[in-house]
Design a protein around this ligand. Structure first.
Ligand SMILES: C[S@@+](CC[C@H](N)C(=O)[O-])C[C@H]1O[C@@H](n2cnc3c(N)ncnc32)[C@H](O)[C@@H]1O
Length: 223
């Protein structure tokens, strides 16, 4: 399958520190760290920095991003939004705050993260995989997936992008790991804990075309 028209490269997260991921000195991933991280359990979110975030806590960083997403896609009360790979629901929480009346849903593979979601989003999250979304066709005005789809193997990643297409009747926004030069590629390969599909922007654009993905997109770069 080939896509009709791919969307725009659009960084809506440039005020988020993690879009520029500085390397921790003297640290690189190894197979055991990767095995533990890929369980997406407590060790990944709230364990040691070697196996993940080293503490995935709410710090309000998503508020300006939620505002940018709202303004870019003209979201208002009654619009339906899905966040794939919502983790503890921090972006969901801030979207509810900046867009009163929005209907927001989240999906994540991590039971641990979802049990940590705050009370106001607990009822709007579901455990599952991006590859098979438990939602009807055209169910959402915006489907987002930030730092998540690169965690699937290539074929599953293509299926997940097709799922994003299927459940959105409006906008789509995907951010994935990439690199702009050889040094960034080397750093990503050294650092990467959970991603299974990562490539340069041309590689991603080709994958988007293969999947028939027509949404907007952006990269997470390891500098
Ligand atoms: C790097 S975190 C990003 C979390 C959040 N979107 C953010 O940017 O802070 C990746 C998230 O993807 C989730 N995840 C990994 N594989 C997944 C899959 N196949 N389907 C859905 N979620 C997945 C993980 O549990 C984790 O919450």
């Amino acid at each position: 399958m080939t896509s009709e028209i791919l969307g725009r490269e659009l960084n809506l997260l440039d005020r988020c520190p993690r879009t520029h991921r500085p390397l921790a000195k003297n640290r690189s991933a190894n197979d055991e760290f990767r095995r533990i991280a890929r369980l997406f359990g407590r060790e990944y979110f709230d364990g040691d920095r070697t196996t993940g975030y080293g503490g995935y806590r709410y710090d309000g960083r998503w508020i300006p991003i939620a505002e940018r997403i709202r303004d870019e896609y003209g979201l208002t009360a009654g619009h339906r939004v899905l966040d794939i790979g919502c983790a503890k629901g921090f972006l969901m929480q801030d979207m509810i705050q900046v867009i009163p009346g929005i209907e927001i849903f989240g999906l994540d593979i991590s039971e641990y993260a979802l049990t940590q979601a705050t009370e106001n989003v607990q009822t709007c999250v579901v455990q599952g995989t991006a590859q098979h979304l438990p939602f009807n066709d055209n169910a959402f005005d915006l489907v987002l997936s930030i730092n998540t789809l690169h965690n699937l193997p290539r074929d599953a990643c293509i299926e997940a992008l097709q799922e994003v297409e299927r459940v959105s009747r409006g906008h789509r926004y995907v951010q994935v790991d990439s690199w702009l030069n050889e040094a960034q590629q080397k750093n990503l390969e050294l650092w990467v804990l959970t991603a299974l599909t990562y490539m340069d922007p041309d590689g991603w654009r080709e994958l988007f075309r293969v999947a028939g993905y027509t949404g907007d997109y952006c990269w997470t770069l390891t500098e």
